[in-house]
Design a protein around this ligand. Sequence first.
Ligand SMILES: O=C(O)CCC(=O)C(=O)O
Ligand SMILES: [Fe+2]
Ligand SMILES: [Zn+2]
Length: 639
Amino acid sequence: MSDWHKLKLVKILVSWQCFGCILHKFDKLKWQAILKNTTVRLCQMELLLMLCFSSPVRCAEFAIPFQTNTCPTCRLELPTDDEAYEAQRKYKIVVVCNSGLTTGASRESILEKCLPYAPASSVHMVPGRQFCFIQFADKEAAQQVMQALDGVDGQNGEPPLYLAYAERALITDLLSAEEEELILGQLHWPADGSMKHRQVLHFGYEFDYGTNNVDPSRPLAGGLPGWVELLVTRLMDGGHLVERPDQMTVNHYLPGQGIPAHVDTHSAFTDQLVSISLGSDTTMEFCRPPPHGATVAVRLPRRSALVMDGEARYLWTHCIVPRHSDITLTSDGELTLTRRGTRVSLTLRRLRRDVCRCRFPQQCDSQQQRRAEEKRSNGETGITEQLERTYVANVYEQIADHFSCTRHKPWPRVERFVRGLPPGSVLLDVGCGNGKYLGLNPHTFEVGVDQSSRLCSIGGGRGHQTVTAGCLPLPVRSAACDAVICIAVLHHLATRERRVAALAEIGRALRAGGRALIYVWALEQRQGTRAAGYLKPGRQQRVTETETAAGADTAELPLPVHTNRTEFKQQDMLVPWKLRPGGRGGGGGGEEVHHRFYHVYRSGELEEDVKIAGGLSVLESYHDQGNWCVMLQKDEDVA
Ligand SMILES: O=C(O)CCC(=O)C(=O)O
Ligand SMILES: [Fe+2]
Ligand SMILES: [Zn+2]
């Protein structure tokens, strides 16, 4: 593999996945050399994580606030595009991605490299890590160093440094001790104690702990106090806050008190939340929901402000564990137990008056609600998604091992397409299953996508790159692929709208001039006098879906059940899969029957769908092995 080819692959992966996942994949390669001229970006929570493992005190100090996408491997956020990245190049803290204590760099060696371009005010080395942070007096100094050093070869053959801008998420010196005292004196706590585990006050709007929401039509008299407006102005002038908050919740915690893990409701508040600590330091814990389940402890010093945005605001939960003491680091790097005092926090938020557009629809009450409303108004009831989940996704997950045993021989014309790709091509296999079409051409870069995590791990176990994801949308950058294959996948989508959308997604993934090969099961299993293999009796070993569910109760199924090895009687149906005893879930005794949803295509239908999807031309179309097949080419310059 030439360096150019490696670079191309890394570029594609970098745009899909976060730095940590890339490094994980590439630890065997000399990634420093490969990454030359490639913009490496870290995502906010990943930085917090990496920092945190070695340093519970400084973990939250830095974050990179790019506009982001989600890494399909680990679901971390990633920057979206170069424009967004360029627009954000204005921070006075820089992270050096490939120089840290574990690469043999020192504070002195880093300073020495920067000094000819601009003086650095401090360098933070992170124990056990291969990156470090440099803080400059101003943005211009940071920019000069960035321009001079980023990706440029070092002297005497030294590898280049890779730099990215970073920003503080924690503002440690927001207010003075006198101001803190004045503010604490302004707050009047009701004698009866408003909550069981802590006391709270609300300004601007009341936060309702029953619904975890606010009523925008009922503002509280008085709005926010003047002294808060002053702190807000400081945060905005410092570039830490984009919008002026209009709601404040003040929490009062005695030592031993805390707040349960939660994500502030998406539909209630906008992108940035601020937590200002008064009276005492504390430790706030951020947790990423399972299956990842990472925990990051962030030390919040008194008189500091923590700004949560991106996935720290929308995806990770935050909590304060009810404890009397926290484990912290001394300035000498020793671990010590620090007793908590009484802490008062100011949570500043802005009411949301539109739909949340965060990148975590699964976690987003606002987007879920909107989708439900749309469905209701369309008269649609989620049947489609339910059908695909029950009769496609869940079934493949259960029959994965057995299914994989029946899928080893590539169909010749698909194999020919893959083998014919020019060296260096990037091939995406949409619905890759166990990866039987991956690895046929050693000169291409291939990534398989399948929504079954079990099939992905079977493919992954054979050394292929697989990503667990569906095809709507595809987890790839636009125009990233030279070729796409999508074999026996689209017939599992339950509506025409979704089948067309999947074709459009394939088109989006292709570069102009790139080609795709699509196979879908045909309604017509006969061509002239020739019957497809599927109809031939006595070929039970090729696929094992040979019999109808003998004795299975089909009365409750939502669609007619097809009798295997017979002609199709309708286009939408359920096709039984008999799970062999001994296969997963087979258990050695009786046979389990699973039903998969299919929409078999009639002659010409696939071509019509391609036309509706747009931007793709049909180069060739044919009938092969009982499938309708098209070879497509992405049109040049579709405006
Ligand atoms: O006390 C804090 O800093 C956090 C409070 C909080 O998370 C909230 O009110 O939603
Ligand atoms: Fe909160
Ligand atoms: Zn949201």
